[in-house]
Structures are given as structure tokens and as C-alpha cells.
Design a protein around this ligand. Structure first.
Ligand code: 3EB
Length: 337
């Protein structure tokens, strides 16, 4: 998917290249998530790696590879596997399917374990998190699984002394195939700069109809590490204020989502952090409720951001059942050679 995979930050890698990339970049690999049906043949050794069993739209598995500054150090603690360089730590956790009753309690426990580890090792700032939840719409004692997830996460932030607004990372939370829960995250020695979207109510301030505790994430987070300025835009959907817009209309939901992405990018520029433009590397990940929505979304993304950004297409349920798509973005500026 990429001609050369080198340099700190995120890279998308296709199935034919992944083995070579893992070997060639071994000294700087912080971690990797593989999207698609798990391939037991893929050798990942002690790398923080997890398969996210999720349908990839029209293609083979695709891999998100995070490179740091060599040499990285790898370790594990219970279910938590991680690797770090001087500035950042990538980690992942898989929660077995048979441990998923009382979902808020499960999430609370795992998140507390993550924060404890980050605090002890000196990477206290969670900057980006991805959450892949099986049966995201399942009702457990009248509270949906996603709401239980938000509740457990919120309680862990409070228990471990995190501010709900200032310390909120960029995040995504979507469905996956039935089975385990997968959480991947990036944390850093230094705090990033959270960014909100003036078109949207901050997620952590959503009214109670979306759950007893709001989702703890910021709309985007700006950070620089490994000499690269990076903007992580959270999963973004057709939400204005706090309300879902354009129910049943994929064309309009896509347009609304792009307005939100542009709005967040404008905020980042107006705060003097990063100007997302032709010179920025842009990676896009699209979650579609149904694979056939790709045609509509692809046409609008192309119009908005051109043909350059690499784009990964996954099929996933979005946390609110009326939402047809969610889009996350990583923008980075590499120093001029
Ligand atoms: C939204 O804007 C859509 O709970 O971590 C997007 C990104 C969404 C992250 C999360 C949820 C999360 O509310 C859903």
C-alpha cells in the first residue's frame, strides 16, 4: 500500500508486504493492529500485535503499523502488551469473549491496568485510543454495551486522576465481529493538545440520553513525537450538537461528517498547531455499516481531500445505530529533507 515504510508514526501496510515490513523495521516497531480475519500463519513474536476481526471492504487484511525511534523496548504485563521508545508507548489489550459480562466493570478494570502501567513507566498521557467492541448494540440489563463501555472508561479516568476534558485522548469506538474486545492505544511522556469541534457538543458533555457517563474522548489531539507533528482526529460521524443527523441518508451523513472533519482541521490550524494541506500526509480510516456505502463515501472524500490520502475501508457497526459511517484521520508533517 505504501512504497516505502519508514519514519516515525503510522503506516498502512497490505497483506503481501507485512511480513517483510515486520522484519525490516523490527528495531523500531512499536506495535501493529491487523484488520481482517485472523491469519494464524503471521509471525508477530513479542510485538504488541492484535488482530481486529472485522470485515475489510473488498480486500485482504490491512495492517496499521506504528514506528518509533529505534531501539524500542517491548514488555508485557498481564493482558497488556506494549513497546516504547523515549517519547511514546504503544500498547494493546485483548479481552476474551467469556470475560465480557458486566462490561462496564471489565472495561474499568482493563483501563485502570493501562493507567497504572502508564503512570509507573512515565508515559502518563494517553493520546489516542481505539476500541473494537463485539456486539456493540447488545443490551445487558437494559444498558447497551457501548453505554456500559463509556461508563467503565469514565470511572477509570476518575479513579486514576485524569481530568475528563483536558486529559481526554482522541479515540474511536466501533463494532467488530463477535468474540473478543480489542483496545489499542498510544501514550506519551508529554501531554498533547486536545481540540474540540465548535459544531459539536464535546463528547464528555453529552446529555444523559447517550449513557449515564459521557464518552471520554476529545474530537482531536495534536502532538509531536519522533520529529513529526501529528494530528489524530477521532472517529467522526454525522453528529451536529449532540444529535445524529440525516437518518437513513448516506449521502447527507457523509457530507455532514466531512463538515465535521474540516471544522476540526480548521480549529487545529487556527490554534497554530498544524495546517492540513497538500503537504501533509493524510491517512483515513472509514468504518461503514454496510460495504455498499463505499461508492458514495469515496466520491465525497475524493472531492473533499483529493486522491492522495491512503484510505482503509472497514465494515463496522457504529455506536449509535442510526449512524451509517464514521471516519478517523491521522495527519502528519514530515520535516523537509
Ligand atoms: C460520536 O461522535 C461518535 O466512545 O471513544 C466516536 C469516536 C464515537 C470515539 C468513543 C465514540 C468514540 O459520539 C461515536
Amino acid at each position: 500500500m505504501q512504497d516505502t515504510v519508514a519514519g516515525t508514526g503510522l503506516h498502512y501496510v497490505g497483506a503481501p508486504e507485512i511480513t517483510a515490513v515486520l522484519e525490516d523495521q523490527a528495531r523500531s516497531l512499536l506495535g501493529c493492529l491487523g484488520f481482517g480475519a485472523p491469519d494464524p500463519e503471521l509471525a508477530t513474536g513479542d510485538l504488541p500485535f492484535a488482530w481486529v476481526d472485522i470485515p475489510v471492504v473488498g480486500a485482504q487484511p490491512v495492517f496499521e503499523v506504528w514506528l518509533g525511534t529505534a531501539p524500542v523496548r517491548r514488555a508485557r504485563r498481564g493482558a497488556l502488551r506494549f513497546a516504547r521508545d523515549e517519547q511514546v508507548l504503544f500498547g494493546c489489550v485483548e479481552i476474551d469473549a467469556d470475560l465480557q459480562s458486566d462490561y462496564d466493570a471489565v472495561i474499568y478494570r482493563e483501563y485502570c491496568a493501562i493507567f497504572d502501567c502508564l503512570d509507573e513507566l512515565g508515559y502518563p498521557n494517553l493520546i489516542r485510543a481505539w476500541h473494537y467492541l463485539p456486539d456493540i448494540h447488545l443490551d445487558e440489563h437494559r444498558l447497551g454495551r457501548y453505554k456500559r463501555f463509556s461508563l467503565g472508561r469514565h470511572e477509570a479516568f476518575v479513579a486514576k486522576g485524569r481530568a475528563i476534558s483536558r486529559d481526554a485522548p482522541a479515540a474511536s469506538a466501533v463494532g467488530k465481529r463477535p468474540g473478543n474486545t480489542v483496545i489499542g492505544f498510544l501514550a506519551a511522556t508529554r501531554p498533547g493538545t486536545p481540540i474540540e469541534n465548535p459544531r459539536q457538543v464535546s463528547a464528555y458533555s453529552y446529555p444523559a440520553q447517550y449513557g449515564p457517563r459521557g464518552p471520554t474522548f476529545s474530537r482531536a489531539l495534536f502532538t509531536a513525537w519522533g520529529g513529526v507533528a501529528q494530528l489524530y482526529i477521532s472517529g467522526t460521524a454525522s453528529i451536529f450538537g449532540h444529535s445524529s443527523r440525516h437518518q437513513g441518508d448516506p449521502q447527507a451523513q457523509t457530507a455532514e461528517t466531512i463538515l465535521n472533519l474540516r471544522s476540526v482541521m480548521r480549529e487545529a490550524r487556527d490554534h497554530g498547531l498544524i495546517d492540513v494541506c497538500a503537504e501533509t500526509d493524510t491517512l483515513i480510516k472509514v468504518y461503514l455499516r454496510r460495504p455498499e456505502l463505499k461508492t458514495v463515501v469515496e466520491a465525497q472524500l475524493r472531492q473533499a481531500f483529493g486522491a492522495d490520502p491512503q484510505t482503509v475501508w472497514l465494515q463496522a457497526d457504529i455506536c449509535r445505530s442510526e449512524l451509517l459511517l464514521e471516519i478517523e484521520v491521522v495527519c502528519s508533517t514530515r520535516p523537509q529533507a
